[in-house]
Ligand binder design. Sequence first.
Ligand code: GLA
Length: 727
Amino acid sequence: MRLPLLLNLVACCFFSSTVFPQTKTIPLETKRHALVLRVSDQKDVHICYLGKRLHQIGEYETIQDVYKQATDYTGLLNSAYTPSGSRNLAEPAISVTHADGNQSLDLRYVSHETQQLADGISLLEITLKDPVYPFEVRLFYKAYFDDDVVEQWSQIKHQERGTVTLHKFASANLHLKANAYWLRQYYGDWAREMQPEEERLTHGIKVLDSKLGTRAHLFQPPVFMVSLDRPATEREGEVLLGSLQWSGNFRTDLELDPQNNLRIISGVNNYASDYSIEKGEVFTTPIFMYTFSAQGKGLASRNLHNWARNHKLLDGNGQRLTLLNNWEATYFDFNEEKLKDLLKDTKKLGVDLFLLDDGWFANKYPRNGDTAGLGDWEENRSKLPNGISTLVKEASANGVKFGIWIEPEMVNPKSELYETHPDWVIKQPNRDEYYFRNQLVLDLSNPQVQDFVFGVVDDLFTKNPDLAYIKWDCNAVIYNAYSAHLNNQSHLYIEYVRGLYKVLERVRSKYPTVPMMLCSGGGGRVDYAALQYFTEYWPSDNTDPMERIFIQWENSYFYPAIASANHVTDWGKQPIKFRTDVAMMGKLGFDIVVDHLNDNDLKFCQNAVQTYNGIKEIIWHGDQYRLTHPRENSVASMLFVDKAKDNGVMFAYLVNNRYDEGSHLPIRLEGLDPERRYRISEINLYPGTSSPIAHEQVYSGDFLMKIGFNPQVRKGRESVILQMEAE
Ligand code: GLA
């Protein structure tokens, strides 16, 4: 049996230090990591350790000894949930105005308990109370033992006479000790998602945040990494990967304090979001999650992938559908005849499903471009006189499934929906409308709008029970934030996201398994709260395979490959093999005009789909190893190995086209069984080409991991896929 008992272990001790004459230590352990909380004699709850797990649980109690004795002032810097307006002067996790107008808050330990929720999953709950006001905060720490993942959130409640206003209400407040810290963060925009920047943190506060409301992660996703002492590599170094599970405005403060400790405070962005709670009302924050690894970013990401597939991502251990999408093949210009041809092409290609994209709906203001029709979800009669149901039937007659695009949270001002329900739209009553992609956002804080949005999905499934896939888009941010429904405008950003989750809950309770793609003009909305309802996400509209190598690479630190929807399109100048190879490093789809492919390209694509079907299990459910990073090498290389270490698939690409660049040296593999012997062969070759890699050669896992293997990537062989099969 594993050792979850350690998670339960709560050590109370009498401690000899004069600073802490009587303390309680609360260790929270996972397989390789520990978070140790401590209750001081003042009943303040501190984080006294976050890092590698110790062998001896008793030694956590001595940690405080080895640090310089804390003064009252610094002692408050490592609070487990920093209140404001009393003894703390650092960036708070929580700040409030009490019902009587007082702005001070102090939080002291009351009790804690640990429950074992399942094998390897525990929940620690700590209750804190203000000694003066009837105000309470509960801190929750859910630990996933095997994956070294901790989820944290808080619940805030009061019994004051009147309303309390929350000005800041973080999910988590971490405290790290090291000599130096390196932050890897991301910025982006449409078609350039997940651009990394890594820098040493200096004293003061670095803030990562979003104020976009919807499509909230367009400029900055909530994911980040912090390396301790030195920048972690794939295989070495201490590193924490963290993110907020929230599909709206977020804010993460990284404060390097005067004692060189790093405080990470993460939660919903409090920008324009003062939140009022009445007596007895419970405010629950979203979850902040992190994983800690002392063996580099590679292990951290594999832990996250395992955790995501087992506990978060919808159907994480299940199957996915390969598909043909018509967005780039037709844009808005199609009719029933054209689509019927595309259904035949879907079959010809050998993929599982045809995905009908934008443009199929609206009559008074037909959706023939992105300026009209959004919100009017009836089939456009001139394009589809016989409706969607005919196409769904036609698809099954062709032996393929049918999926459809929707963007149900949005409305074009040129639409019947806007004309009928102007009060359902987020916009300032007394200001000019301001558009993002010619559209506005519906007010999901309003239950009637929630019913409408749920109805869009429900109607489609009711009329077409065989509908097999939804692409759920979200292409605008919130400008002019104002709800005609809410009394308290500063609740809008939060109630919007809660409304969205309510709709998605309803969709999932009625249609629990149908695959859905989370799309937001690309990666404008990817996080683990949303991914509970979705089977996959769309990393970027940019499908130039060279760009996708970089975007998919950075996403792969945080999200497993099974969730990454990758389509082969006409973006980029690379040959079809390069484009397809890159798309295979996740969930494969196509968005090309099959009819325009020459014979060899078509044959290649058909074979590639078959090849992919043979290796997809390894990619979707195996372990992922980033062997050579595209920003640091001329050849980028990614490896997937199945859990039994029987099979591996290695992808390698030339990402630097300068003279004589390529793999002159072998690339060292990872994750194989050193004792077993592997046969290596090149797969997914273009018709008429042959591989310089000798098929009959067999290598030990030990050799491949210590010496490596040269995929011989070079000009003319820019993209190579190798398969390893254990004998
Ligand atoms: C967004 C999506 C695209 C496509 C269009 C349709 O931009 O990211 O894939 O669906 O909307 O309008």
